[in-house]
Design a protein around this ligand. Structure first.
Ligand code: CA
Length: 234
C-alpha cells in the first residue's frame, strides 16, 4: 500500500520538527513548506493526500491558502493553529477546512483528526452509501427513515435534513451557517435560534440523554458534529 503524503505548512522550526517526527513514526510521508507561497506550489506540484496548515505564516494568512486550494481541490485541509477564538475556527471551517486543531495539540488527537479527514475523503470518492449506522442510530437514506435502537424516530422534514447532513459529514464539525444554508437555503436568515430549537427536538427524539448526547455533539459557538459511523461505510 502506498504511504499517504502529508504536506505540513509551518514556519516554526521546532513545531515542524515535532510534526515530522510524529507523522514519520506513523508511516506518513512528510513534505514541508515554510511559507504560503511555497505551500501553494507544493499543493499543486505534489498533490498531497492531506494538508496540515498553520494560519500565521510569514508571507500570507493561512485562510488565503484554504480559499485558493478550495477553488480547485477537495483535498483534506486540517488547520493547526494557535488562534483559538471561535471566530477564527468558524472562518476556517466555512472556507472549507475539514477540521481545526488548536496549539498546543496532543499527538493522539492530531493523528485521530488526520485519520478522520483521510477517511472522509475516501468516503467521498466511494460509492454513495444508502445507510448510516452509528451505535444504536441507523439512517436509511433510501427509505428516508431513522431508527434508534430499532424503533423508528419520527422527525420533521427539516430535522431529517439536519441529521442527514451531519451524517454525510460525520466526524467533522459543520458550522451553524453551513447547516442553515443547506437546510433553509442560501437566502435564509443567519439565525442560530431556529437551528437550536430544531436540534433540541432532534436530540429529544434520538438521544437517550439529550443533555449528554451520544450522536450529535455541540462545538460551542461553532457548530455541530455527528459521531463517526461504525466500521467502513459501504
Ligand atoms: Ca506560524
Amino acid at each position: 500500500m502506498n504511504r499517504q503524503t502529508i504536506l505540513v505548512v509551518e514556519d516554526e522550526g521546532n513545531i515542524l520538527t515535532i510534526m515530522r517526527a510524529i507523522l514519520s513514526a506513523n508511516d506518513y510521508k512528510v513534505i514541508e513548506a515554510r511559507d504560503g507561497k511555497q505551500a501553494l506550489q507544493m499543493v499543486a506540484s505534489h498533490c498531497p493526500d492531506l494538508v496540515l496548515l498553520d494560519l500565521g505564516l510569514p508571507d500570507m494568512d493561512g485562510l488565503d491558502i484554504i480559499r485558493q486550494v478550495r477553488a480547485w481541490s477537495k483535498m483534506p485541509i486540517v488547520v493547526v493553529s494557535a488562534r483559538d477564538r471561535e471566530r477564527d475556527k468558524v472562518e476556517a471551517l466555512d472556507l472549507g477546512a475539514d477540521d481545526y486543531i488548536t496549539k498546543p495539540f496532543g499527538t493522539s488527537e492530531l493523528l485521530a483528526r488526520i485519520r478522520a479527514a483521510l477517511r472522509h475523503m475516501q468516503g467521498e470518492n466511494a460509492q454513495a452509501c444508502d445507510r448510516f449506522v452509528c451505535g444504536g442510530l441507523t439512517i436509511d437514506f433510501f427509505k428516508r427513515r431513522i431508527y434508534v435502537d430499532g424503533e423508528e424516530a419520527h422527525l420533521t422534514q427539516n430535522e431529517y435534513k439536519i441529521v442527514t447532513l451531519l451524517a454525510k459529514y460525520a466526524g467533522r464539525v459543520l458550522t451553524y451557517d453551513f447547516i442553515i444554508q443547506h437546510v433553509w437555503g442560501p437566502h435564509a436568515q443567519r439565525d442560530n435560534q431556529i437551528l437550536r430549537v430544531n436540534m433540541a427536538n432532534i436530540r429529544r427524539k434520538l438521544e437517550k440523554n439529550p443533555a449528554s448526547p451520544a450522536y450529535i455533539s455541540t462545538e460551542i459557538g461553532v457548530g455541530y458534529r455527528m459521531a463517526e459511523a461504525d466500521g467502513p461505510r459501504l
